[in-house]
Each structure stands twice: as structure tokens, then as C-alpha cells.
Design a protein around this ligand. Structure first.
Ligand code: THU
Length: 132
């Protein structure tokens, strides 16, 4: 994935910050998930008064993508209202189910991006192969 494509995906993730529903943490997160077919599925975090019922931006994007019929993914970009969040453990596990080699892109802004395969963020992952 070229640096320009990474930047574009990150900017889409960043554009989702305004959609985040995060009244409890005030920590808005946006995500943009690129599928193999070129489609991009966006997400934001959606919190809940019953805190544990909230969902992260990355899983929102993934669930939207699966619902739209996509199961093969190339990359995900994550943007936060503060700092440079990387996907949490639960999101890493959910993403690993479909794309262990997914490229994860994050940063404070589009000119300071980092990118690494999901397999580097979730070492020795437990996945579908373990259940066969
Ligand atoms: N959050 C995400 O949406 N993605 C991340 O990568 C890190 C954390 C959300 C969960 C919660 O709504 C808020 O950020 C603070 O943890």
C-alpha cells in the first residue's frame, strides 16, 4: 500500500470523528477499513450509559463491512480525537478472524503515520485455524 493510499484512508478515518458518540470518555475515534474489492467501510465509537455495551470504531467498521458482504480486507486506518490510538485487544481479535495480515495504520495526523501488519500487534493469535 503506497503512503498516499495510507494517507487517504487515514483522512477518511479522521472524517468519522464527528460521527463518534463518546459522551462518557470524550475520546472520539474514527476508523476506515479497506476491503479487497476497493470498498471502504467506516466506523466510529458508539458508547453507552451501560459502559461495557459500547463499541469501538474498528469493530463498528468491521461489522458494517461484513454486513455489506465483504470478508476480505487489506488495511484499516484509525484516528483519534486525542493522541494516536491503535486497535484495542478485542478489536485486534475481531479483525484477526478475517485478515491476520491486515495493515493497521494510525497516527496523530496524516503526515505522521505508522503502519504495521495486524500479526505484529497480535502475536501468536488464536484464530479460526485453531478450531479445525
Ligand atoms: N476506542 C476505540 O473506538 N478504538 C480504539 O482503538 C481505542 C478505544 C474507544 C472506546 C471508547 O469509546 C473510547 O475509545 C475510550 O476508550
Amino acid at each position: 500500500m503506497t503512503p498516499l493510499k495510507q494517507k487517504e484512508l487515514f483522512l477518511i478515518a479522521q472524517s468519522m470523528l464527528v460521527k463518534a458518540y463518546a459522551p462518557y470518555s470524550n475520546f472520539q475515534v474514527g476508523a476506515a477499513l479497506l476491503a479487497q474489492d476497493g470498498s471502504i467501510h467506516t466506523g466510529c465509537n458508539v458508547e453507552n450509559a451501560s459502559f461495557s455495551a459500547g463499541i469501538c470504531a474498528e469493530r463498528t467498521a468491521l461489522v458494517k463491512a461484513i454486513t455489506a458482504g465483504n470478508r476480505e480486507f487489506v488495511a484499516i486506518a484509525v484516528a483519534g480525537s486525542q493522541g494516536a490510538p491503535t486497535p484495542c485487544g478485542v478489536c485486534r481479535q475481531m479483525l484477526n478472524e478475517f485478515a491476520p495480515e491486515l495493515i493497521v495504520i494510525w497516527g496523530t495526523n496524516e503526515n505522521q503515520l505508522q503502519a504495521t501488519p495486524l500479526s505484529h500487534l497480535l502475536l501468536h493469535a488464536f484464530g479460526p485455524k485453531n478450531l479445525i
